[in-house]
Design a protein around this ligand. Sequence first.
Ligand code: AHM
Ligand code: MG
Length: 329
Amino acid sequence: MTATEMKKRNKVITLSQFIAEEQQKFPEASGDLSKIFRDIKFAAKLVNRDVNKAGLVDILGEHGSTNIQGESVKKLDVIANEEFINSLAAGGDCCAIISEEEDYIRHLNKDAKYVIAMDPLDGSSNIDVNAAIGTIFSVYRRVSEVGSEVTEADCLQKGVNQVAAGYVIYGSSTMLVYTTGNGVNGFTLDISIGDFCLSHPQMKTPDLGKIYSVNEGNYNQFADGFKNYIKQCKENSMSARYIGSMVADFHRNMIKGGIFMYPATGSAPNGKLRLMYECNPMAMLTEQAGGKATTGNQRIMEVEPTELHQRVPVIMGSSKMVDELVSML
Ligand code: AHM
Ligand code: MG
C-alpha cells in the first residue's frame, strides 16, 4: 500500500517510511538524501525540545547570562545552528553547510555530495513572545568533484538547482514540510511517539486567497506599485495577517491562499530576506504547491547568487495574486 493510500485509510505513516517509499521510485538513488532527512529530522526534534523550554528563562537563565551550573546561556538561534550542524556532521552525508548564523562556509565531509543551506531559527525575535518560529533548509548537489575541497560555486547555486527544500514550524504543533520536486508533503510531530507523521499529503495552495502579509510599518518606503496593491487589498476588505515570522506567515498562506511580500525599502534596497536561506527554499515549496515566487522582476529561483548572505525583495504565494501585483509594479 502506498503512503497516500495509507493516509486515506487513516493509517499512520512516518516521515522515514514515506521517504523510504519515495526513494524506491528511484532505484539508482544512493540513499544519501534520505540520510540527510534523517539528520534534519533529528535536529528538528532537538530544536523543538529547546524551543518548548524557551519560556523557562527564570529557571534556566536569561540568554547571555550564566545559569545555575555556571554555564553561559546561549541564544536559541545559536543553539539551533549548532544542533543542525552537529547532526548533519555526524551523519556524514553533507560536504558543506551555509547558514544564516555562519559568516563563512562550514566544511564537512568532502567525500559527500550534498550542500545544505539553512536558516536554523527564523523569526527568532518571536521567541520571547511565544509566537511560531521555524527552521528553513534546502539541499543542493555540489558541482565540484566529490572528494575535492568544497568551493563557493558549490554553495552559490541558483534555486532551480535545489534537490530538496523544506521547513520546520514550531507552532501550536510542530510540523516538517518538504519537497523533493514532486509536490509538497507535511508531517506533524507526534510527541507521544517522538516521530513526524504524514498529516498534510500533497499540499496545494489556492490560486487566489484573501490574505495579504507585509510589514505595513514600512509602507511609506514602498514603491508606488506596492502601495497601490495594498490600497486595493484594503478596498477589497482582504485580511491583513503578518506574524513577522516568515515560516509561520508562509505556512498559513500556503494552506489558506494569500500573498507574502517583503519589498525593497529606502533603508533596505534589496529587502530584508536572504536568497539562499529563506527565499529560494520557500520559492521551491511555493512553486511545488502551485504558487509563484518572484523578486518583482525575476523568478526567485533564477536569481544568480553572488554572495552567501545576499538579500532579495520577495513576493510569493497564490499565483493569481502574485501576477496581479507584478502587473502593477
Ligand atoms: P531573522 O532571520 O533575523 O529572524 O529575520 C527574518 C524574519 C522573517 O521571518 C520575517 O518574515 C521578517 O524577518 C520580518 O521582518 P520585519 O520585522 O522587518 O517585518
Ligand atoms: Mg531568517
